[in-house]
Design a protein around this ligand. Structure first.
Ligand code: NOJ
Length: 568
């Protein structure tokens, strides 16, 4: 497989609002990020993915951009941004900007002009349609509740918004829109950024017939997904971005792509497709969904999770590249979701890190994951901030008859706000995030879970993540090796092997609270290997510990062990 820097990199995501506040306004900011760059360098990551910092009215915390070439006041200035780029590069790190081009804010100048009349240069920058039978043009529902269409009096027409009504969708069919988007991206590349994370990039093309979607019983709106996600034209548009923008610079690109299977992954991130370097799929994040939505309190099934991960690992091998993630600003905390944030908190957090980082692909760490930050549950809907959470509560309890107590249970498990409590730097006031309050909340467990208590502790989750990253740099098998699933039917462990030249890596991860006895695959019986890492205390991980297999191996609750066999 061709070697590329972005295949070998580890990415760290910063959600700036909740990362570090430098000026005491309770909101994280760019100078705050600069203060923490040495921490990130020391962690060993290579690339920083920065969630949006552009000017924005903040309906969706920056994913509603009103000026792509300016910085949100609370976060700092363009001078701060230039300094951030300089400081990142000075440390040998790279910066990946989060760019949202499926939609803008309704306060963006393009929309302000577009909504004025049908005959100005910006009138076709967004998707405008006349109403039908006194209502919207079709029955599509938006992701953030309500119809996906909003009426605008000055045009006597509706505009499409797949997210909040203050996030109108751009009209990618209009070549002028594409030219402006490309110019803006080139402007950032000229500033020196090293890549883009492209927000919901597989939604940019829409079925131009705009038909009604299927409406399930009890659902207030029709399903827009078949007409707005993964439409073939999306590939045409992304190829154009690649030709005119991405291919001009040695950058890295990752597309956020909802509703994608491994087949889609091969198209968006195929080595010969000239689209993106990799994508974020949601398949593995949907394992604990309910029937029609993410709002469910059901526990995930390990066999299902493995089936999905194993499929992506094997299908993409040699033809496309994976991104590996458990967490981001839209997902609950993984140790609470797939691990055990009680008695096995530390061990299960390390196991989850191991399970992901030993796979083929580029691993992403979301702020706080490296110290095992957990979900943060609130009693009342008023305690939540996130537009998705708040609108879903309203729509599902008021329009769909969902029991409010049940909905709150789902929210505690699944709300995006679980990921948005502030970064826990120490056990001082406001968890060391700032010195004067926080815009949202501090998880009360910050006295126990924080960076400063883990920095010097060799046995901490933080030290463990550093080792995982170090191993990836040292052993090409972790980056480039083939992947073979083991014990696919087991609902208790997640095991696999990797193969590369004359080496083999065995990765054993327990997702169970009980001890397991596993029959060792024949090819490893009576063989000697080296333990590269394990989360069981008492064993060192200096890469030299010898390991001799018998016929069986015992896995303790949430144990993880990685063994390398050389000179096969
Ligand atoms: C995906 C982003 O990650 C999420 O935070 C945002 O709400 C939507 N796209 C809309 O931009």
């Amino acid at each position: 497989m061709k070697q590329d820097w972005w295949k070998e990199a580890v990415v760290y995501q910063i959600y700036p609002r909740s990362f570090k506040d430098s000026n005491g306004d309770g909101i994280g900011d760019i100078p705050g990020i600069i203060e923490k760059l040495d921490y990130l360098k020391n962690l060993g990551v290579d690339v920083i993915w920065l969630s949006p910092v552009y000017r924005s009215p903040n309906v969706d915390n920056g994913y509603d951009i009103s000026d792509y070439k300016d910085i949100m006041e609370e976060f700092g200035t363009m001078k701060d941004m230039d300094e951030l780029i300089r400081q990142i590069h000075k440390r040998g790190l790279k910066l990946m900007m989060d760019i949202v081009v499926n939609h803008t804010s309704d306060e963006h100048e393009w929309f302000q002009k577009s909504c004025q009349s049908e005959d100005n240069p910006y009138s076709d920058y967004y998707i405008w349609k006349k109403g039908k039978n006194g209502g919207p043009p079709n029955n599509w529902g938006s992701y953030f509740g309500g119809s996906a269409w909003e009426y605008c009096e000055s045009r006597d027409a509706y505009y499409l918004h797949m997210y909040a009504k203050k996030q109108p969708d751009l009209n990618w069919e209009n070549p002028k829109v594409r030219e402006d988007v490309k110019k803006m991206m080139l402007w950032w590349l000229e500033k020196g950024v090293d890549g883009f994370r492209l927000d919901v990039i597989n939604l940019i093309a829409k079925d131009q017939r705009f038909p009604d979607g299927e409406q399930k019983e009890g659902e207030p709106f029709g399903n827009m997904i078949p007409y707005t996600h993964n439409i073939p034209k999306a590939h045409t548009f992304i190829k154009e971005l690649n030709r005119d923008v991405f291919s001009k610079y040695p950058i890295m690109t990752v597309g956020e792509t909802l509703e994608t299977t491994a087949e889609d992954g091969k198209k968006y991130a195929g080595f010969n497709e000239h689209e993106l370097n990799m994508i974020f799929t949601f398949e593995h994040m949907n394992v604990d969904n309910g029937k029609n939505s993410k709002w469910s309190d059901q526990k995930f099934q390990l066999t299902k999770l493995k089936e999905i991960m194993n499929c992506w690992q094997t299908e993409l091998d040699g033809v496309a590249w994976n991104s590996l993630y458990w967490n981001n600003h839209d997902q609950p905390r993984v140790v609470s979701r797939f691990g055990n944030d009680g008695i096995f908190w530390s061990r299960s957090a390390k196991m989850l890190g191991t399970c992901l980082h030993m796979m083929q692909g580029t691993p992403y760490i979301y702020q706080g994951e490296e110290i095992g930050m957990t979900n943060c549950c609130f009693d009342h809907i008023e305690d939540y901030e996130d537009v998705e959470t708040v609108t879903a509560f309203r729509q599902r309890t008021e329009m769909m008859g969902e029991d409010p107590d049940y909905m709150m249970r789902c929210i505690r498990k699944k709300s995006r706000d679980n990921a948005r409590t502030v970064m826990q730097w120490n056990d001082g006031p406001f968890a060391g995030f700032g010195n004067n309050g926080v815009w949202f909340a501090v998880n009360p467990n910050y006295k126990k879970i924080n960076v400063s208590s883990q920095l010097e502790d060799e046995d901490s989750i933080l030290s463990y993540y550093k080792r995982l990253i170090r191993l990836r740099k040292k052993y090409p098998i972790i980056v480039y090796g083939d992947y073979t699933p083991l014990f696919a039917d087991s609902g208790k462990n997640f095991c696999y092997t990797r193969q590369y030249s004359n080496e083999e890596l065995l990765v054993l991860c327990s997702f169970s609270e009980s001890v397991q006895d596993i029959r060792v695959p024949v090819q490893f019986q009576e063989r000697r290997g080296r333990i590269l890492i394990t989360n069981m205390s008492g064993l060192t991980d200096n890469d030299t510990e010898q390991y001799q297999f018998g016929e069986h191996i015992t896995l303790e609750p949430y144990e993880a062990k990685v063994i390398l066999f050389e000179n096969l």
